[in-house]
Design a protein around this ligand. Structure first.
Ligand code: ZN
Length: 164
């Protein structure tokens, strides 16, 4: 891979067009609804490339920002971010430190729940900024990785009803 494409791959990506279409529509609608309710939420990161996931993992699992660990997954095939089926949502001004802390994320999660998105804050190891398409299992399975290999991202999106 050339240095140029590597640089692009290593940038945090918040381009919703990289997400599965139905998931992108849900995220947009949920963010708009949050904003109308006085919750200044924004997508910090959506699709995560293999290169960026590897960097996150290698760097002691921290980046600036965020200061907190961002991933337990060594490759993007073990995180729904790598499939365009997860986003991390933060406060527009205060990022990972919204007023009220987790209670703020819980309010955002209540809105996202109405738009077919599950919340990482409910996990055994909570990840409050994380939201993923409701038809996704908590983590991508071997079967999903197999579909990716044989049918590509579109195949995964179809299997999870994330594309029309
Ligand atoms: Zn996430």
């Amino acid at each position: 891979m050339s240095a140029q494409s590597n640089d692009t791959a290593l940038m945090v990506n918040r381009d919703l067009s990289k997400l599965a279409p139905r998931f992108a529509d849900s995220v947009k609608a949920a963010i708009d609804a949050c904003n109308r309710l006085g919750l200044p939420a924004m997508v910090y990161e959506g699709y995560r490339s293999l290169e960026l996931q590897a960097l996150y993992y290698k760097r002691g699992r921290t980046v600036k920002p965020p200061m907190a660990p961002v991933t337990n997954a060594p490759t993007n095939l073990f995180s729904w971010h790598g499939y365009g089926l997860a986003v991390d949502v933060v406060h527009r001004d205060l990022f990972w430190k919204p007023p009220g802390g987790n209670a703020w994320f819980a309010q955002v999660a209540a809105v996202f729940a109405g738009h077919d998105c599950n919340w990482g804050g409910n996990w055994t190891h909570p990840d409050p900024p994380h939201f993923q398409w409701a038809r996704c299992a908590p983590s991508p399975s071997d079967k999903i990785r197999d579909i990716l290999q044989t049918q590509g991202l579109q195949g995964v999106w179809k299997a999870l009803e994330a594309i029309a």
